[in-house]
Write a protein that binds this ligand. Sequence first.
Ligand SMILES: Cc1cc2nc3c(=O)[nH]c(=O)nc-3n(C[C@H](O)[C@H](O)[C@H](O)COP(=O)(O)O)c2cc1C
Length: 493
Amino acid sequence: MTWREYHESTAHSVESLRRVPHVLDWVNMPDPFRHYESVQVLDLPADPLSPDIPALDVLQGFSGTTAVRDGPTFLSQLLFYSASISASKLVPSTGYRYALRVNPSSGNLHPTEFHFLTRGLKEWPNGLYHYRPSSHMAEQRASGDLEMKLAGCSAPIVFVLTSIVWREAWKYRDRAYRYCLHDMGHAWQALALTARAIGCESFAVGHFPDDEVAQLCRLPEDEWPMLIVELRGGSIPVREPDACETIWYGGHANQLSKERTAYTRIDGIHGATKLSKSACRGISPAEPAPTGSGEITLPPAASSTRAFGEVARMRRSALDFVGGTQSISFTQLSAVLAAAIQPQLADFAATRFIQLYLYVHRVYGLEPGLYRLWPAPAELERIKSGDQRVAAAGLSLGQDLAGNACVAFSIIGDLDRAARAHGDRGYRYVHFEAGAIGHRLYLAAEAFGLGATGIGAFYDEEVNRYLSLTPGLGRVVYHFAIGYPVHDFRLGA
Ligand SMILES: Cc1cc2nc3c(=O)[nH]c(=O)nc-3n(C[C@H](O)[C@H](O)[C@H](O)COP(=O)(O)O)c2cc1C
């Protein structure tokens, strides 16, 4: 299977949705929490300090600081604002409450797991840990020095983000691999932006030998490594590193459901996008992104002083948006776009593969229409004039929220250019970038008190046709919407 075969065979169309209706097997729903049982579980101190730098500043590339001076509190702060549970929702018919997290996830199924290696943190033993969001604790899977140089990482904290694709496949079947990649992009940005908010920098590595990294972390066969994120910086409380022997505890990974259905297309695309050790000698540069300009210059960005900590924990996906007449301002949209297009720090991100198309419904100072964003020199090119609400909702699989929002997006990925540079592996990178941009859109919207929702369900070919995308211009990989959220009465703390 090639990326193209996978992508085309998992496209939504009216016919494909009618052809294979899917009934969810609730009894077999995968557990959203992985535990490595029978290992020591280390406390991460409760109620870590909230990073108070404005969220928009972090999104624009400015760093905050932290008063934290020890390893456990530092890790607690980092994970509380990037991966922990932040709210719950009530199912009114059953009274059951389920958890929502700082990072969003398609269907709230959370395929991403956070593993991390530490070396030389103050008051924290060197080792390999798995983050347990259900109790905000760290499962110690090994102590001592592990070989972290495998992927060129020698930082004091190195995250290995993995994906349990079955969690998404249970609901979304073969299309689920796409959502896992998006979710990974969101989780990566949640981590990278929190790291920056507390004064350290991160760099993500996507180009690594999959099997070696899986072996290094002794992952069970249902967990696949997808991104390595190294963290460095003066704010990390470090001590003199000491050499210590590695002791493995491993732990037994809990079984997530009674049965697992195999999805051959997912196995196919995962196999096609894997890299062997010999293929990882270096990452080739991609051709530069296309350049262009538009007739509308973005105005100076609006400001917001809302603190990063509050924004990260308050972020939610809107179920729907209040339609009507209430608009956002063009300067707010400008700030949101500026946040979205900041450079991303990763080995695969030297060139951009993503372009944003905007369905502008209600932005004060900007006519309704369809626009393409040119990041440099920050201009909008008008593609179509007039009301786009029915088109945006219809293309998003008939989801009203894309029409009731103030602005909706088609996130377009240049999959062919990515594949020319990175082979099938490029398919992952385009989706990571799309998810990362989605995460920035969520936080920028929240900074203005607006709501946002990532939209993974859309009619692929209809979108490509509506935007007149010829193969060289890319294909739709993600949708997004921002506006005034309707109140969700099921939400609780
Ligand atoms: C990749 C991705 C795709 C999503 N697709 C949709 C969608 O098509 N429709 C929708 O209403 N919500 C969608 N969501 C929002 C999720 O349902 C939401 O993140 C999840 O329920 C958790 O809620 P929270 O974001 O408030 O934490 C998507 C989220 C992500 C990250």
